[in-house]
Design a protein around this ligand. Sequence first.
Ligand code: SAM
Length: 445
Amino acid sequence: MQLPSALLHSLHGLEGFNKESFEAVHSSAEQITSIRLNPLRQAAIQNQKSGIPWTEQGYYLESRPSFTFDPLFHAGCYYVQEASSMFLEQALRQTTDMSRPFRVLDLCAAPGGKSTHIQSLISKDSLLVSNEVIRSRAGILKDNMIKWGSANVVVTNNDPKEFARLSNYFDVIIVDAPCSGSGLFRKDPEAIAEWSENNVALCSQRQQRILADVLPALKKDGILIYSTCSYSRQEDEEIVDWLNKEFSVAPVALSVDPGWGITISDGGYRFWPDKVKGEGFFIACFQKKEGDVYVAPKIKEKVESITIKEKAIVNNWVKADGLSFIKHEDTVYAWPEILYNDFNLLLAHLRVVYSGVLAGELMREKLIPDHALAMSGLVADSVGKIELTYDDAIKYLQRKEFRLETTIRGWQIATYQGHPLGWVNILPNRINNYYPKELRILKDF
Ligand code: SAM
């Protein structure tokens, strides 16, 4: 693996940089595979080697299995994520009181690694706004949030500057910025060809623009967490310097176990792959020191509630405790009651792609349950479940035909090792497979 000489040259003198071991780790064939478990699912995952020390939820694997052919992957039991980036957990836990409800914005969120992690850390009454500016990537983000299964999330598709409409609103903002990507060269050597000094400079300018655009949305004393997967000083420490100089923010230090191998640099934390068991990563935390108190604006109710009759239908499918149900055309969404005003406000100000849990579609006095409901943990106890074998689970996920020896009929949640995969409707002579077409496994086993 030939690393760009201009990159190597630019890293000279940086805290923790050692050219020989840095080059050696890129030339070695070693690949690290890690996953983060979904605490809502409690699945037993094979092949776990050891825990990742800076997170309670992450594990290194012995080897890289075929995730595509593991039904538990599709059931949202775990997320395949690079280990260093799970350090976000320390940044959140050490800067924020996680036991109380708060509002967090993950500004550059697709495909959802950090957002699913955040959702596993915050309380049910907290609000996660998971945003992605690129529309197609916002769709992937939405699918991953649905798979992870929680109701306290709103997925949006907005430009950072559009968050100025929510000034002083968020307690925490995470900017996992688009960057030149050098930190992932070991995992993705093809990215080396795309690296250039010019791109580093462009990324650095874009990072400044994103931060300046979104900072007004952070409340006074709120926490900003900035991260990249770039080694370049221009995208890391220089952004930290610029933030400290241009805005009323104060750096927040984290305590780091010396055994973790993380390098403390000027105002941030560097992950060098020859020193930590993970890829290249940089993270820094700040506290905002000024801002007005957030005052909720009066907004016209944007949403329609369901009728009492419709509620009775929905109650057959959804554990309704603590939820409000709203209608958009014929689709019904479940929103956490406690977040109703926030959801409504976000709907008024942002391009909301998804909110809460899509329960289903009302049709001729019936509810056709949605895939998202199956994945949400909100399904009423009276709804049946049918356990699939490994082979049938794969056929189900491929949307291929399969047969079940059962006398059970009607809508059921298909499960694998007890974890939901999606809906089936069992008819006397066939099984209707409601796994979403766009999510199906395309490869043959
Ligand atoms: N946080 C994600 C995760 O953990 O899975 C990874 C985010 S990736 C490093 C950066 C994201 O920023 C990409 O999804 C990219 O589409 C988005 N992005 C690109 N240009 C942007 C811009 N100008 N403003 C905000 N986000 C942008």
